[in-house]
Design a protein around this ligand. Structure first.
Ligand code: NAD
Length: 470
């Protein structure tokens, strides 16, 4: 059997794990992951991988050096491969037309031009990055700029993995989506990609479609997931006004099988590199097709997320007697979710910045994301500190704000933490994962989301009613 060569341009959170799993499951393919970022590539070649994902190191070790390779030689990787996945970043545009909404396609376009420049044989080019619907058309235009010297078939194969569970999601995907042109050559290319996944994914979970449906489905899936979080968060605010309890409401609502119980946990808000940018992108696309009502509808998901983040900090300030000046606040968790080191768009960044604006002293602790947290606050003055150990972070603090749902925070000795803190001691549970009753019994003033606070203040009602206008 001849070995097929796969290249992946972009060795990030998607390119790295995706290709590692393909290589592990398909020894008959030679997989080369290429990136311009030399330190990232160097880290993929060690056991200190550039990203943290449970189980990833074992997968990489199983294939690295056998049929999985990492390189900065982009041109070489393109030339050797018959199949090229493109998994570069597609952030929100920060300049010019569409700034703040449209996808910035400069990295994608650069890769397309590089493929055209380096290719000596026909290629299947796969959109692994999340892209606006109709991007494949642009790619085809660029790739065919030399008048059909070679044939490039563009396929959309969006990635649905979630950070923190990337390896599990890749090994056991609930679906793999492969979209192509419905021409003879398009269908042949589609089958080539189906054949890769068929090595470990059951046939019923490999879904094929036209290329535009595949591109759009990824944006819509992320919009729906984010919408659920914003929906439950919106109701958490109502619960706090009405003495209903969001956990009880979510449980009752989620038992309806048509609704389901996943993604119904109220929180300080969603983060991550994708939800916000993909919704902004969807909004921009709707606007560009004149669908302003649809754009406003999806934009509200983001408005609600910002509201929830703001509301969280405002509650902290109000309940801590309307001043944070000089108060030490421990942020438990900085990653945008548990089991990842990724802090992109993490609500903790917003919370940290706001507290610094209020002249608080902020101490960040996180089991995996401290390095990224330091980068997020690079250049900030001496009122920000970092602690590996949550007990160190909490010592002398006036409040703990729990911002990432790391399992370890449930099993800490909250008695010891309470003893080491300034009194009155506050806990603001931005993920609603702690045992609030127990914390209250220890002595904390506890602020869950979407439920009445459990405090030791007798004038709570009067003080809340007379707050500073938030
Ligand atoms: N992170 C996720 O959970 C996730 C999930 C599904 C889809 N996606 C999508 O996948 C894409 C990649 O996301 P990510 O999180 O892996 O991004 P990332 O920033 O972690 O990785 C992208 C990599 O591409 C490299 N790159 C950029 N331009 C390049 C070029 N011209 N040549 C070679 N390398 C280049 C960068 O150096 C970087 O290492 C995005 O479109 C994202 O929306 C991400």
């Amino acid at each position: 059997m001849t070995t097929k060569h796969i290249a992946c341009i972009g060795a990030g959170y998607v390119g790295g794990p995706t290709m590692a799993v393909i290589a592990m499951k398909c020894p008959q393919y030679r997989v080369t992951v290429a990136d311009t970022n030399t330190s990232r590539i160097a880290a993929w070649l060690t056991d200190a991988l550039p990203i943290y994902e449970p189980g990833l190191l074992e997968v990489v070790q199983a294939a690295r050096g056998r049929n999985l390779f990492f390189t900065t030689d982009i041109a070489g990787a393109i030339r050797e491969a018959e199949i090229i996945f493109v998994s570069v970043n597609t952030p929100t545009k920060t300049f010019g037309d569409g700034a703040g909404k449209a996808a910035d396609l400069q990295y994608w376009e650069k890769v397309a031009r590089e493929i055209l420049r380096e290719a000596r044989t026909d290629k299947i080019v796969i959109e692994k990055s999340t892209l606006p619907v109709k991007t494949a058309q642009i790619m085809e235009t660029i790739l065919n700029a030399e008048g059909g010297r070679l044939h490039f078939e563009v396929i959309s194969n969006p990635e649905f993995l979630a950070e923190g569970t990337a390896v599990r999601d890749l090994l056991h995907p609930n679906r793999v989506l492969i979209g192509s042109r419905e021409t003879t050559r398009g269908l042949i290319a589609r089958q080539e990609i189906v054949d890769i996944y068929a090595n470990w994914v059951p046939a019923g979970r490999i879904v094929t479609s036209n290329v535009w449906s595949a591109e759009l489905s990824k944006l819509v899936a992320n919009a729906f997931l984010a919408q659920r979080i914003s929906s439950i968060n919106s109701i958490s605010a109502l619960c706090e006004k009405t003495d209903a309890n969001i956990r009880e409401v979510a449980h009752a609502v989620g038992m309806d099988e048509r609704i389901g119980n996943r993604f119904l946990n109220a929180s300080v808000g969603f983060g991550g590199s994708c939800f916000k940018k993909d919704i902004l992108n969807l909004v921009y696309i709707c606007e560009s097709y004149g669908l302003s009502e649809i754009a406003r509808y999806w934009e509200a998901v983001l408005t609600m997320n910002e509201y929830q983040e703001q509301r969280f900090v405002r509650t902290m300030i109000r309940e801590m007697f309307n001043t944070m000046v000089g108060k030490r606040i421990a942020l438990f968790g900085f990653a945008f979710k548990a089991d990842t080191s990724d802090t992109r768009e993490s609500p903790a960044i917003y919370v940290g910045r706001k507290l610094l604006e209020e002249k608080a002293v902020v101490v960040i602790t996180d089991p995996r994301a401290l390095e990224n947290a330091r980068l997020d606050f690079a250049g900030v003055d001496g009122r920000i500190h970092f602690a590996e150990d949550p007990y160190d972070a909490a010592r002398g603090a006036h409040a703990v704000a729990l911002l990432t749902e790391w399992e370890l925070y449930r099993s800490l000795s909250w008695e010891d933490i309470y003893q080491s803190m300034e009194k009155p001691a506050f806990v603001f549970d931005g993920r609603n994962i702690l045992d609030h009753k127990r914390l209250h019994e220890i002595g904390f003033n506890v602020y869950p989301l979407g439920a009445p606070p459990l405090t030791h203040f007798h004038d709570r009602g009067a003080r809340r009613g007379g707050s500073s206008g938030y």
